[in-house]
Design a protein around this ligand. Sequence first.
Ligand code: HEC
Length: 212
Amino acid sequence: MRWLFAVSVLAGQSFDRDLQPVFRQHCYACHAANVKMGSLDVETMDGLLRGGNRGTILVPGKATESRLYLTLTGALEPMMPMGDDKLTAAELDVVKSWIDSGARPDPGGLVWRGATIAAGYGAEIRLFNTTGQLTRKIAAQVGTVRAVALSADGTYVAAKGPEIQRIFEAATGREVQAQPLDFHSSRTALSPNGQRRATMRDDGSVTFEDVR
Ligand code: HEC
């Protein structure tokens, strides 16, 4: 079992762990949230799905049909990264196998309260009922969702991204509150009545704030 688990982890490329370090080193200088040459941001799943000036750059499952990959091999001009820099064969392989395996974001947390299950997935909060049926997708607008929280009865759902947290009414998707976050805070939870939020920081301390 242990061995099988290790193999399955190695077989799939993780968006955060494997892909983004390659892009951080070779692409962020020109394609990130704050500099979008060619209108392209490769820092977030959202940005990759949006594509650039010439439209979509990803065909999930098919690297050799994806402009993202084809500009890296030089099959499409202009070859990327622009300039003298070049990806190593191993880095090209990371990009290729991430796209070939479906171009998926890393799961961003799963939580179950009452009759509601919330999952963070890419830029979305996905809500499910207890039979696993997808009932609502909410555009979380926090960049890549890193964690989700639900109030005890499932009325409110919160999504945390790298820098901001937003809270929504689960039934309507209406935003209740947006808050900038300490970049280092790594855990958030809503109180049972959804009126307070607890945040655990990297040093293990917990802080509380009113939601409204
Ligand atoms: C030095 C700046 C620079 C770097 C570094 C760079 N790019 Fe680009 N990239 C550009 C510019 C400028 C364009 C627009 C070119 C054009 O439209 O002709 C572009 C266009 C693109 C496009 C086509 C977008 C579209 O829809 O037209 C892709 C895909 C792309 N880059 C991927 C990457 C990737 C992936 C990396 C990192 C491995 C990277 N680039 C690194 C400057 C850069």
